[in-house]
Write a protein that binds this ligand. Structure first.
Ligand code: IPE
Ligand code: IPE
Ligand code: MG
Length: 251
C-alpha cells in the first residue's frame, strides 16, 4: 500500500503548522549561497500546499519569517522579501486553480511596502477560495502576538468595552492573529532542530509535535504523508487516561 493510502481521511488533522527550516544548510551542502536555499524552499511550499489541500486539510500555516529573522544580514532579508513578492505573485493563479485562500499572520505592516502590497493583493484575489486556508506567518513571533493581544484586551477594558471577568481562554484565543482558525493538531519542524523558535506558543498547547531531519527544500509530499501517518498513530489523551480514551473510541 502506498503512503497516501495509509492515511485515514476521516481522522485528518484540520490544521497543520510547519516550521520550514534548513534552507541555508541545504544550499551550503551544494556549495551555494543561502538565498539559493530559499529559492528552492518555494518549491517545497508549493508541494506541501498542494498535497495538504488534495488530502482535505483545511488549514496549513507556514512559518516563513520570524520577528527574530530581522536580525539576519540585510542582503538575506532583502532577498527573502524579494522572493516573497515574486513567488506570491507567480503562485496566485495556482492558488485560485486549487481553490486555496491566502492569509497572513504577524506584524505584516513592518514588511517592505512592495511585499506588503503584493501580499494584500493576493489575499484579496484569493478571498473567495474555500478548500484550504494557507497562512504565511511573516514577521511573526508568538511573544509579539501575545503582547499585542494583551495590549488590545487592556485597551478594551480601559474603554469599558470589556470587563476583567470576560477574560477567559476562549476570549484570549479570539484576540490572537489566529482567531479564525482552530488550533493546529499537528506541528512539523524540518531540519532536525528540536525547538519551537517562538511559533504559535498559545495555539500548540496540545498539538502533536513532529520533527524530521529533512531540510525544508527536500520536504516532499511523501514527507507530509509520513508526518500525518505518524500523527494518526498517536493516542491524544488531553490529560485523561489511556483507558478512558479507548473506552470512548469503542463506544
Ligand atoms: C528557514 O531556513 C527559512 C527562514 C528562516 C527564513 P533557514 O534560513 O533558517 O536555514 P538554516 O536553518 O540556516 O539552514
Ligand atoms: C524559525 O527558523 C523561523 C522560520 C522558519 C521562519 P530559524 O532558523 O529562524 O530558527 P532558529 O533561529 O534556528 O531557532
Ligand atoms: Mg534555520
Amino acid at each position: 500500500m502506498n503512503l497516501k493510502d495509509q492515511i485515514n481521511l476521516d481522522r485528518l488533522p484540520q490544521h497543520i503548522a510547519i516550521i520550514m527550516d534548513g534552507n541555508g544548510r541545504w544550499a551550503k551542502q551544494q556549495g551555494k549561497q543561502r538565498t539559493f536555499g530559499h529559492q528552492n524552499g518555494v518549491n517545497a511550499v508549493r508541494e506541501a500546499s498542494e498535497s495538504a489541500a488534495e488530502l482535505g486539510v483545511r488549514y496549513l500555516t507556514l512559518y516563513a519569517f520570524s520577528t527574530e529573522n530581522w536580525n539576519r544580514p540585510k542582503y538575506e532579508i532583502d532577498a527573502l522579501m524579494q522572493l516573497l513578492v515574486e513567488s506570491i505573485d507567480k503562485e496566485t493563479p495556482t492558488l485560485n486553480k486549487n481553490n486555496i485562500r491566502l492569509n497572513a499572520i504577524g506584524d505584516i505592516k513592518s514588511l517592505p511596502e512592495k511585499s506588503y502590497n503584493q501580499l494584500l493583493k493576493t489575499i484579496k484575489e484569493t478571498a473567495g477560495n474555500d478548500r484550504m486556508t494557507l497562512t504565511l506567518a511573516l514577521s511573526y513571533s508568538s511573544r509579539w502576538e501575545i503582547t499585542e493581544t494583551v495590549k488590545l484586551i487592556s485597551s478594551k477594558i480601559e474603554n469599558k468595552e470589556l470587563n476583567i471577568d470576560d477574560i477567559d481562554q476562549q476570549l484570549i484565543s479570539s484576540y490572537l492573529n489566529t482567531s479564525s482558525m482552530p488550533d493546529p493538531e499537528l506541528l512539523i519542524r524540518t531540519s532536525g532542530e528540536l525547538r519551537i523558535s517562538n511559533f504559535l506558543l498559545w495555539q500548540i498547547a496540545y498539538s502533536e509535535l513532529y520533527f524530521t531531519p529533512k531540510l525544508w527544500p527536500d520536504f516532499k509530499k511523501e514527507d507530509l504523508y509520513d508526518a500525518i501517518i505518524d500523527y494518526q498513530n498517536r493516542e491524544r489523551r488531553f490529560g485523561k487516561t489511556s483507558e478512558q480514551i479507548l473506552k470512548n473510541t469503542v463506544e
